[in-house]
Write a protein that binds this ligand. Sequence first.
Ligand SMILES: Nc1nc2c(ncn2[C@@H]2O[C@H](COP(=O)(O)OP(=O)(O)OP(=O)(O)O)[C@@H](O)[C@H]2O)c(=O)[nH]1
Ligand SMILES: [Mg+2]
Length: 328
Amino acid sequence: MPANLPPQYYIAEQKYRAARGTAEKVAALQQMLAATPKHKGTDHLRADLRAKVAKGMEELENPKRGAGQHQPFVVRKEGAGQASLIGMPNSGKSQILATLTGAGAKVAAYPYTTRIPLPGMLRYENIKIQLVDTPAISDSDIQGQLFSLLRNTDLLLIVLDLSGDPLTEADEVFSELDRYSFRLLGRGEAADPEDPLVQKPALIIGAKADTPDADVAFELLQELYGARFPVVLVSADLETGLDDLAKAVFEALGRVRVYLKARGSEPDRKDPLVLATGSIVEDAAVLVHKDWLRRFKYALLWGSGKFGGQRVGRDYILADEDVIELHG
Ligand SMILES: Nc1nc2c(ncn2[C@@H]2O[C@H](COP(=O)(O)OP(=O)(O)OP(=O)(O)O)[C@@H](O)[C@H]2O)c(=O)[nH]1
Ligand SMILES: [Mg+2]
């Protein structure tokens, strides 16, 4: 054990010893890693911790299944990306899922109504995004399982109740995320591959906009968080702000839609390829067929290019709604 480890390391190590279940263990290991200073003397320790984190993550992401066993906290991804609604009890998560996707989420005035995650599909223009309603983040009975779901999700939608005290709710949600070693990524912020914390883009939803003084509460939220995160005002009851929310979710997911076109015909705009922002022409080509890796010579591009039909190479970075014609 290297000398001179900071006290945070030992606190995290104690948590590791006390941890029950893989999710809690991984969270503690990530904290140990984050607390370990980077120098020659800690190379070995950091490698060891990283290996343990990787093994734990592997277990969380591919849990061993018993025959026919249903695992409600494992939600298979569908569509262009998965965004999970999280927040304190009664903040309005289930109502948002139900209104946006038509999924039959149970909505009720008492806390801890939702016991297991429920997915639904949100249509945004010509694609579908998966939304997942989750149990309240403060419910310690399910936290381990909830956080393993969130580790694997693409975007966090933090639902705050504007009819209550959204600033305190925000603090509570952030501190739970912190406890499980999550670091939130703001608008346009890229993940740092060196950072051992779980990095996830986040968006804040001010819910129940129809209630008295919701506008005042929303302004406070904007002031506090608007510079860093997208903050969207919605009322699921009155169905207001829902289009803005769908657009903000798409933008925060960090995806581009690319349309393929064959020579001499129009592109099919109903059926885009969906790729991560920053993807290149080659990534799109390989999605069409892996043979394109070998066959690719150039592509013609309409959209983000200097002019329509511009010739581009495999390294060209695609923008949302670009049209490409592949040539081998
Ligand atoms: N006025 C108003 N009330 C809402 C709105 N959305 C939800 N509610 C009410 O808020 C309460 C909680 O809503 P849920 O959607 O069940 O909240 P939740 O966050 O899923 O709660 P848990 O599952 O217990 O964590 C219910 O009484 C809803 O009727 C809204 O847009 N406006
Ligand atoms: Mg609920």
